[in-house]
Structure formats: structure tokens, C-alpha cells
Design a protein around this ligand. Structure first.
Ligand code: ARG
Length: 271
């Protein structure tokens, strides 16, 4: 467990180093190249004038439906970024599992989905600056014999997760393929827990709280599993867009907008 925690911290450092290195190579450029970079600084988007964001909108309070509209921390931060870049934000609700491939293949400009920065994902996409953190939590039914990650592993029980999430990746590692039950939506995994199809669900702590509040008879174990950084992913070939988003995020961080958005959805007395 500690291992994973350290890995996450190390990853954040890799991201920072990548950022610094990008800065260094800039200063090494000739004047002509710098001029060219400035021109490239004008980023492109999949649809001109639009920031196309892919998410999976069953992940409260980061993204969820209010009527027909997708709202939440990610939706609002992406909207604030789009405003800064002079773009219209269009949100597409897709399977979580398909977001990175879609960003890679140029279907979406960004993936913004409470997405954890991982070493493996960094092979496929770039990540912006982190704007929030999450913790993998374990949800069980009230009175369950599973009281922490060790009893979960020993119990031999079935574990429910959302396909392709870090919860999926970590738990597959811990308990093996045969004990995994994967769902396209986090709330479907929780429903399976309610119905006794699985005995534990591993999912990020904020949606975990929302799901437990919405379903009787469930509890979140006190022992969190691992801490993670959330960031938006961007196509590796679109560094101009990555830089522009990072600049916008820095401004939104500095003027308190991001904190205010998070506070709206996660009041600090609850955090
Ligand atoms: N943080 C986890 C991950 O990156 C889960 C994210 C799930 N997000 C969602 N919008 N359904 O793998």
C-alpha cells in the first residue's frame, strides 16, 4: 500500500520534472525556433473554437447529470479553462475506458474525469497540472467481515470496480482476475454491492460518499487505500494546448476559482 502511495508521489515529481524539462529545452532554442514556437503557441482543437471534453458522467461530485446537463467539479473547471482560452466547452459522456484512446486518436481535446495521473497513462497521453486529489476507498455492506484491505484480500470475495479505473488496476493486482467484477459505471458496481453480487467496491472517495449516501446499508471503510492526483489528459502531440490549459489552470488556482469550485461541491467541513 505504502508502495503505491510513494509511487503516486513519485509520479507527481515526474510530472513536475517533465514540465521543468520542457521549460529548459525552450531556453536552448534559437531565436528562429522560439518565433516558431510562439506561432505554434496558438493551439489547435479538434473542432475550431470548441474545447471538446470527454468524461464519464457517473462520478459525483466531479461529473454527474442534473437533468440533461452534466455538472460537477470537472465540468466547472473545464468551463473556466475554456472561457480563459476563448473556447466553447462541449462535454461528451463516454465510457471511462475509452477516454484515453479517444484523446490519443484526436476525437477529444481533453479527458477530464477525475482522472488519476499514472505512469502507464503517461505513456499514452500528457497530463496537465493536478487540480485535485482523490483517495481509493473500499465500500462494503454494513456489518461486513471485510474491515480493511487485508481482510478484503483474505476474504476471497468478489470485488466490484469501474472498468479501466485505478481501482480496477490496483485490485486486479491484489486479488487477481477471477475475483474482479467490472462495470461501465461506478454506480452499477455499487448496485451490485447492494444486491450481493459483489462484497466490496473499490472506488474514489468522493463518488464513494455520494453512492453511500444514496443507498441504504453501505459503509466506507475507515482505512483508505491509496492517494492519487487528478489531472486532465491531452494528446501528446498538442503541447500548445497542454501549455495553454496549464496557464489557465495556474491563473484559476492563483485567483481562488478552483478552490471555490471544489468548495461548492465538497464543503471543507465534509472533506
Ligand atoms: N480516479 C480513477 C481513475 O482515474 C477513477 C476515475 C473515474 N472517473 C469517472 N469520471 N468515471 O482511474
Amino acid at each position: 500500500m505504502n508502495n503505491k502511495f510513494l509511487k503516486t508521489v513519485a509520479l507527481s515529481m515526474v510530472a513536475v520534472m517533465g514540465f521543468l524539462m520542457a521549460g529548459c529545452s525552450d531556453t536552448a532554442e534559437t531565436a528562429a525556433e522560439t518565433a516558431e514556437t510562439a506561432a505554434e503557441g496558438e493551439f489547435t482543437t479538434v473542432t475550431p473554437g470548441v474545447l471538446t471534453m470527454a468524461t464519464n458522467a457517473f462520478f459525483p461530485p466531479y461529473e454527474y447529470y442534473e437533468g440533461e446537463q452534466i455538472v460537477g467539479i470537472d465540468a466547472e473547471i473545464a468551463q473556466a479553462v475554456a472561457d480563459k482560452l476563448g473556447l466553447e466547452l462541449v462535454i461528451q459522456d463516454v465510457e471511462f475506458d475509452s477516454i484515453i484512446a479517444g484523446v490519443q486518436s484526436g476525437m477529444y481535446d481533453i479527458g477530464c474525469a477525475g482522472m488519476t495521473v499514472t505512469e502507464e497513462r503517461l505513456q499514452s497521453v500528457n497530463f496537465t497540472t493536478t487540480y485535485s486529489t482523490g483517495i481509493q476507498s473500499i465500500i462494503v455492506r454494513e456489518g461486513s467481515d471485510i474491515t480493511d484491505i487485508d481482510t478484503l484480500i483474505e476474504s476471497g470475495c468478489m470485488v466490484g470496480v469501474q472498468t479501466g479505473t485505478t481501482g480496477d488496476i490496483y485490485m486486479t493486482d491484489e486479488v487477481g482476475e477471477d475475483r474482479m467484477d467490472r462495470y461501465n459505471k461506478g454506480n452499477d458496481a455499487v448496485l451490485a454491492l447492494v444486491n450481493g453480487v459483489v462484497d466490496a467496491v473499490v472506488i474514489d472517495n468522493q463518488p464513494a460518499q455520494a453512492f453511500v449516501a444514496a443507498n441504504e446499508g453501505l459503509v466506507i471503510l475507515e482505512t483508505p487505500y491509496t492517494v492519487e492526483d487528478y489531472a486532465m489528459c491531452v494528446n501528446k502531440n498538442n503541447e500548445a494546448l497542454l501549455n495553454a490549459i496549464n496557464e489557465a489552470l495556474a491563473e484559476l488556482q492563483a485567483d481562488g476559482t478552483i478552490d471555490a469550485i471544489i468548495e461548492t461541491y465538497i464543503p471543507s467541513e465534509e472533506a
